[in-house]
Design a protein around this ligand. Structure first.
Ligand code: NAG
Ligand code: NAG
Length: 499
């Protein structure tokens, strides 16, 4: 009985196999894929949407400064996102990208001295009729009250120098403020407000006029409001997991692979890196791989800090957008995400000039289970690749069997133990058409353990990702394929998720 069933099954298999082999030329024989990438979208076409950025910059409101009743010595708040893809966040600011500096300490910069500052504007005198105004500007950090026995510029600039993010200080007297006059322990009406961006006299828009005392009707007013800017604008530290590509320039990228933008309330490259890391992947283009951060100056006033994201790495050659109308682009810098994987595009396999394949080369090693033949391999052939000429194949390249092979990195990865990474890759299982591709399978192995199983069926290039935690010297591998349900892999990445 058992014998009969088995014979029948084998006979059925033989029929299917011969039918299939007639129709299907396997990849090893340079078979033509059922579906060539004509139907993949035009990735080059998605350029930076500068119009939306400009129109959003006209309405975003993220200027700030001390008010009559704000307490001094508040900690500097985390960078907040004030707009996402043309929509302002709550109150032009909300969604604090929970950062608290991820425990990473920036190295102390060279300590600035008072002589490292320039006077940007001076204030009025202090006669009873003099009236001045304090700054309401972007990238407000915090304020202190300073000993008011003199107009203490040095103490204010020392305060700015002590804060790594500070590049500008606004020093002024505020009168008729009950809190300053009586409640605060410092007993001083000399306020020193610090900022992460430089401001000018046109931004002196806070004239006081608030009722602070509970009795009487004298309103707050301001005198002798001066502004001081650090001579060197701070060169930001490169965010972890990224590389500086260019900048600072006065041009923003107009580049393909655009994924959208966020406005930040400070020029904060770490916050922009976080936005890029957290940006949902584009189904066709994949993960964010590059960001462009720049300051928008509208009618001469710093207004917001744009963080544009891309799934294609750009460079200075497309940093050509200097502004539009009254908006000027300044301090534009580009950063690309570091791929911790060597040769994730299989471009390092260069045995031939148009068509060849192998089980192993310098960067990747394939293996087949017992009795299997060429169940994983790497191809040099433009037609099979998503990018360039290299791609990997899971499933017997010659159609010798229907076993699943394994493709592994040749060298352990230079990962940091305990840190989180994302494995990202593109997979294509369209070669033999919808019927024969129904059983497609891909597994991601991290140190030999399956961390993800995908049963994609029939599909052209599709993005996938899985988060992993490193133990150090980790081994990444892919297994799968079951000819004729072949799967091609390309553009494999390992992104750090430290930010
Ligand atoms: C954000 O950080 C604060 C403390 O820094 C923490 O209390 C809070 O739970 C965090 N929120 C999220 C969503 O991680
Ligand atoms: C210093 O500030 C305190 C509190 O506002 C005020 O009472 C005092 O008159 C100020 N002193 C000078 C010299 O301005």
């Amino acid at each position: 009985m058992i014998l009969t069933t088995r014979l029948l099954t084998l006979a059925a298999l033989a029929v299917v196999a011969s039918a299939v082999s007639v129709q299907l030329v396997p990849p090893a024989l340079r078979g033509v894929p059922n579906s060539v990438s004509e139907d993949t979208p035009d990735l080059e076409g998605r350029l930076t949407d500068i119009d939306t950025i400009v129109s959003t910059a006209q309405i975003v409101e993220q200027k700030d400064g001390p008010t009559a009743d704000s307490p001094p010595n508040q900690p500097i708040s985390d960078t907040v996102v004030t707009a996402v893809d043309g929509e302002l966040t709550e109150a032009g600011a909300a969604t604090p990208s929970n950062s608290t500096s991820n425990g990473r300490r920036t190295l102390p910069k060279k300590r600035r001295a008072v002589s490292d500052y320039n006077l940007v504007f001076s204030g009025t005198g202090t006669r009873s009729t003099d009236r001045d105004a304090s700054i309401q500007g972007t990238a407000y950090l915090t304020f202190r009250v300073i000993d008011n026995s003199t107009y203490n510029v040095d103490a204010c600039l020392d305060f700015c120098s002590s804060e790594p993010k500070c590049v500008f200080a606004n020093l002024y007297y505020e009168f008729n403020n009950e809190r300053l006059d009586h409640f605060d322990r410092e007993k001083s009406n000399l306020k020193c407000a610090i900022y992460g961006d430089v401001h000018t006299a046109v931004e002196k828009t806070n004239f006081g006029g608030q009722q602070s005392y509970s009795t009487g009707n004298s309103l707050t007013y301001i005198q002798q409001s001066s502004g001081w800017a650090s001579k060197d604008l701070l060169e930001p530290d490169v965010p972890e997991g990224y590389e500086l590509v260019f900048g600072p320039l006065d041009g923003a990228n107009n580049a393909p692979g655009y994924m959208g933008f966020a406005f930040l309330d400070k020029y904060d490259v770490d916050a922009c890196a976080r936005e890029c890391n957290r940006r949902g992947a584009d189904g066709n283009g994949g993960a964010c791989q590059y960001f462009n951060i720049w300051r928008a100056v509208v009618s001469g006033v710093p207004t917001t800090y744009t963080c544009s994201m891309y799934f294609i790495v750009a460079d200075a050659s497309t940093a050509v957008n200097t502004g539009q109308g009254d908006l000027k682009v300044t301090f534009s810098r580009g950063y690309s995400r570091k791929n911790y994987l060597i040769d994730g595009g299989f471009e390092g396999y260069t045995e031939c000039a148009s068509f060849c394949f192998t089980e192993s080369y310098t960067n990747w090693v394939a293996s087949s289970p017992a009795g299997g033949y060429l169940d994983a391999s790497v191809f040099y052939f433009k037609t099979y690749a998503r990018n360039g000429h290299g791609s990997a194949l899971l499933g017997s390249a010659t159609f010798a069997d229907d076993k699943s092979g394994t493709l592994s990195v040749a060298q352990p990865l230079k990962t940091e133990a305990g840190k989180k990474y994302q494995v990202a890759f593109f997979q294509n299982s369209a070669f033999s058409g919808p019927t024969f591709q129904a059983k497609s399978i891909v597994q991601v192995l991290w140190n030999g353990k399956v961390v993800e199983t995908i049963k994609p069926g029939f599909t052209t290039w599709k993005f996938h990702s899985v988060d992993v935690v490193a133990v150090g010297n980790d081994i990444l591998a892919f297994s799968g394929g079951s000819a004729p349900a072949w799967t091609f892999l390309d553009d494999v990445s390992l992104w750090p998720l430290f930010q």
